[in-house]
Ligand binder design. Structure first.
Ligand code: S3P
Length: 259
């Protein structure tokens, strides 16, 4: 039994070294971040991440641990990304815009790139009520949906360092915008009505589009909301014909140069 406690002491020493090394590594990462920032260099460097993983794999002495070591290094890189993101963007990144402008696709990509948590307020509303949005509208009406939306927006606005995806009608209530702005930057995604109709299905999951599912219909609804979207936005991004990677990289670049 004395033997096991001796080995455990050695393991504890290893962990201490790991913690020290981790802290040292993160300090160096932050130094690189400062240099990148001062010289307007891109923050995300996927080639460099690949190189780090390759270097680590080249140092492996125990072949049977290679896949675990790869996971370990990749996990460190993820943590490192989120620490950098939190330093660069100490607020929520909020996506707003008309239905079908790509908020959820872009939100997920941003969340993966920055390694920050992703929140979809429509999903929260559905989970809270145990019903899909169409059902909430049908059973209780739009006014009821907007009330829950307001509650949920107020809650998520108090969170930190999240990518928040809002439903297209969030701008209808100025309180929502006030809340979201208190701790977030608002990114407006835009698209032409033709693009929007191509991106969304006429499947009745978006009850506000009932009777508006045409170029003229989408144009009319957009017309009603456009001044609210523009007024709320810190950054505006056109999304027509752009791949998601380009859109999210553009958002990161613009946020980066805002401060
Ligand atoms: C709405 C947009 C929907 C959803 C609800 C109302 C709107 O979200 O919140 O159906 O008023 O524009 P998406 O923009 O994510 O489709």
């Amino acid at each position: 039994m004395e033997e096991i406690s001796q080995i455990r002491r050695l393991i504890d020493e290893c962990d201490k070294e790991l913690v020290d090394l981790f802290q040292h590594r993160m300090k160096l990462v932050m130094e690189v971040l400062d240099i990148k920032k001062n010289n307007f260099l891109p923050i995300l460097d996927l080639q460099r991440e690949d190189e780090i993983v390759r270097n680590a794999l080249a140092n492996i002495k125990e072949e049977n641990l290679s896949s675990e070591i790869e996971t370990f290094i990749k996990e460190i890189l993820k943590i490192s990304r989120s620490i950098q993101s939190k330093k660069l963007f100490p607020y929520n990144i909020v996506l707003i815009g008309f239905m079908g402008t790509g908020k959820s696709t872009v939100g997920r990509d941003l969340s993966r790139k920055l390694n920050l948590g992703y929140i979809d307020t429509d999903t929260m509303i559905q989970e809270r009520k145990g019903m899909i949005i169409k059902e909430i509208f049908d059973r209780y009406g739009e006014g009821f949906f907007r009330e829950i939306e307001k509650e949920v927006i107020s809650e998520v606005s108090k969170m930190k360092n999240k990518i928040i995806l809002c439903g297209g009608g969030v701008v209808l209530n100025p309180i929502n915008i006030e809340n979201l702005r208190s701790n977030g930057r608002l990114i407006l995604l835009k698209a032409q009505p033709e693009t929007i109709l191509k991106r969304i299905d006429e499947d009745d999951t978006r009850p506000v589009l009932r009777g508006y599912f045409s170029i003229e219909g989408v144009k009319a609804l957009m017309q009603e909301r456009n001044h609210l979207y523009n007024k709320a936005a810190d950054i505006v991004i056109e999304t027509d014909d752009k791949p998601v990677d380009e859109i999210s990289s553009d958002i990161i670049r613009q946020l980066y140069s805002m401060d």
